[in-house]
Design a protein around this ligand. Structure first.
Ligand SMILES: [Zn+2]
Length: 282
């Protein structure tokens, strides 16, 4: 018997009700507590006007930021996960998928689209953290692979916007296979001399960091993003040492040679366009 029992419900907020960017009229920065109108926040690409904190946003927002006039054609929009392992934890996996789909309006944790960025045709895949923590299962791997195939067929660059808690546990080995599959597809893209840009946003961890996120011809991160493989606690226990300050942030990784650039989200489209123009085959 416990000494203390919580009888009233509604004190804690269930994860599914927590929102990364609130829908209301006002947005409060979780870093500096500055309150701004949501429209103003959106005009600043969902970054804080006071401290430049980059709020987590999803594929809808990134497509809006990148594609000219927000015009694009979504690829493989209907792909949805099956349940190869008949996996049940606190609930059966198919039920979890359905709940995530109902909550987010997405079919899985990545969306792929073809369109123009500063007048240049590209294929972009963008992950959504709101869908089961942006976890990489078979659908995520398959959609990214097909996105790379589409880029190869159209002879255009491929851009990946990463945001993930890592491999999806409910698909176990099937999730891990996606690391090899996407990496192999990227090798085919490289063989054809087509550019691949990886954009790492907060957070990029686990099997995603260990595969396509770090394989860009250039790897760009947003400021202040958490980027790593295992979490700090696991690393600390494994190496038996305290970790340096700022460990696993974009800034720390840039200093240690894992990234090429850190780019402010407001400048991201321009920087990526400039790079694509630089490497364009004449
Ligand atoms: Zn702020």
């Amino acid at each position: 018997m416990s000494w203390f029992k919580r009888t009233e419900k509604g004190i804690t907020t269930p994860t599914e009700e927590k929102r990364e960017v609130p829908d209301g009229l006002w947005y409060q920065c979780p870093e500096c507590k500055k309150v701004v109108h949501t429209r103003e926040h959106e005009e600043h690409a969902w970054t804080c006007i006071e401290c430049n904190y980059h709020a987590r946003v999803g594929s809808k927002e990134y497509f809006e930021l990148f594609f000219d006039n927000n015009e694009f054609t979504e690829l493989d929009a209907g792909l949805s996960s099956s349940d190869p392992l008949k996996f049940i934890d606190s609930q059966p996996y198919p039920k979890r998928i359905k709940a995530a789909q109902a909550k987010t309006g997405l079919t899985d944790a990545v969306r792929t689209a073809h369109g123009k960025v500063s007048g240049k045709e590209v294929v972009i895949s963008c992950m959504d953290f709101t869908f089961i923590g942006g976890s990489m299962g078979s659908v995520v791997g398959e959609k990214i692979s097909r996105g790379i195939d589409a880029a190869r067929a159209k002879k255009v660059p491929f851009i990946m916007i990463c945001k993930s808690g890592g491999a999806r546990m409910m698909e176990a080995g099937f999730s891990l296979m996606q690391m090899a599959k996407t990496s192999a597809k990227l090798a085919l893209l490289a063989e054809e001399g087509l550019p691949y840009i990886s954009i790492l946003t907060d957070p990029t961890t686990g099997g995603v960091t260990a595969s396509y996120a770090m394989l860009g011809d250039i790897n760009i991160a947003e400021p202040g993003a958490l980027i790593g493989f295992a979490g700090p606690r696991v690393v600390r226990e494994t190496i038996g040492k305290d970790l340096p300050a700022g460990f696993q942030t974009s800034e720390f990784l840039l200093e240690h040679g894992f990234l090429d650039f850190i780019v402010d989200r407001k400048e991201m489209k321009k920087q990526v366009s400039d790079f694509l123009r630089m490497v364009e085959k004449k």
